[in-house]
Design a protein around this ligand. Structure first.
Ligand SMILES: [Zn+2]
Length: 406
């Protein structure tokens, strides 16, 4: 076996293709492998599929291939153009080692896709010595092609939330299949139209809007309107974490208002917001002291209302609404304006809050995906365009099947 046969096997070349030469340039750290086809070979018309067509002329093309140890490797081939007598088309013959429009071999692209899941594109570009736009072109191609083949017909439970895309008020909204924890769709903005676009994308991937029975979101008017307008068969559950956030913000507001006249509240913010199990012993002692009835703190009263609300989620389903009604009465009669307002917010979202006792869904998986997205964004120091960000979200969290050789 000579080195040409070896390269031929390594590249998986089949008739009529063969390796005609290889040149190894030690100074340039470069390996060049030339591929050719046997004279008189016949091909299949890439347009109509007719067999036995001869080459009309040839054109020379070069692709970057996987490094050969520390040496950059390139394939160069004489690619035939076919002139088909059947359909009359003159077309470049396809070749098994690369995509038509790419300057990289399939194996090289497969390596880049594997790296891109865990490394910033700029670092990959630096390692392989290519401009990062060439890397993005590969990522965009495979992600968008894999998404076209996606089948969303089995989706029934969807969680929606936004994530920040750039500094300031730029957002991308994510739609996640809560049953399998994967991003179904990501789109710019965080208004009601994002839900409309999700519906269109779902239909474009064999999904049926009427199959979506459960939606989970925060209490923002945009998502509520979007779900009501586009998913008439879906029940909306408000995400636990976001509901607790409304209550926590109200407790914090009571503390902020009170601490001017009650200096002992200074630097106590986290005592009231964190769960007791996450506090140090000294913090727990201080919290217990501040909570004593003789201290007569409004913040402590607000805190007790918050603790009671947490217990709401522990109730047996049959008693949940009774519990919530009692809690609402307490909060609205607390004479603590922020707590009253939080209670009114709960009241306005009543059925979606109670829905949790039936659906048992929350957006915890979205919080996890969100932090992966933000970590990738930080590593990359931001993305030049939202298309890059969105494709990176699909690459990392979309569980896509790529049509790659490995
Ligand atoms: Zn043809």
């Amino acid at each position: 076996m000579n080195d040409l046969t070896l390269f031929q096997l390594a590249l998986g070349l089949e008739e009529p293709w063969y390796v005609s030469s290889s040149t190894f340039d030690v100074d340039k750290k470069r390996l060049d492998i030339r591929i050719d086809f046997k004279p008189g070979s016949v091909f299949r018309c890439p347009h109509c599929g007719r067999e036995g067509v001869k080459a009309y002329d040839t054109t020379e093309m070069t692709w970057r291939h996987l490094n050969f140890f520390q040496h950059e490797a390139y394939l160069t081939a004489r690619v035939p153009r076919i002139s088909c007598s059947e359909c009359g088309v003159v077309k470049l013959q396809s070749f098994p080692w690369a995509r038509r429009e790419s300057g990289f071999t399939l194996l090289f692209e497969a390596m880049i896709m594997a790296m891109a899941k865990s490394m910033p594109v700029k670092s990959i570009a630096a390692i392989i010595g290519e401009h990062d736009t060439r890397i993005w072109r590969i990522i965009n191609h495979y992600v968008e092609e894999a998404r076209e083949r996606e089948d969303h017909s089995a989706v029934t439970m969807v969680g929606v939330d936004e994530t920040s895309s750039k500094r300031g008020h730029n957002y991308v909204t994510l739609f996640v299949d809560l049953a399998v924890s994967k991003v179904l769709f990501a789109t710019e903005g965080k208004d009601a139209s994002t839900v409309k676009r999700f519906r269109e994308d779902l239909v474009g991937h064999k999904g049926k809007p009427e199959s979506i029975k459960e939606f989970c979101s925060d209490m923002s008017g945009a998502f509520i309107k979007g779900v009501n307008d586009n998913f008439a068969d879906a029940q909306l559950t408000f995400d636990k974490f976001h509901i607790m956030q409304v209550i926590n913000n109200a407790v914090d507001e009571v503390r902020r208002q009170e601490q001017n006249e009650r200096p002992e509240l200074k630097k106590s913010r986290y005592l009231w917001l964190r769960n007791q199990s996450n506090l140090k012993a000294s913090q727990r002692d201080r919290l217990a002291e501040l909570s004593l009835p003789k201290m007569n703190l409004k913040t402590a009263r607000a805190y007790r209302i918050r603790l009671a609300f947490q217990e709401f989620f522990e109730q047996p389903p049959a008693l949940a609404e009774v519990f919530l009604r009692k809690w609402y009465f307490w909060a609205t009669h607390s004479r603590l304006q922020p707590m009253k307002e939080a209670a009114y917010t709960i009241k306005r979202h009543w059925s979606g809050i109670l829905r949790w006792f039936t659906s048992r869904i929350n957006n915890g998986v979205l919080e996890g995906i969100n932090s992966l997205v933000q970590a990738a964004k930080a590593r990359a120091r931001g993305y030049r365009t939202n298309r890059y960000l969105i494709n990176m979200i699909y690459l990392i969290n979309g569980k896509l099947n790529f049509s790659l050789p490995i």
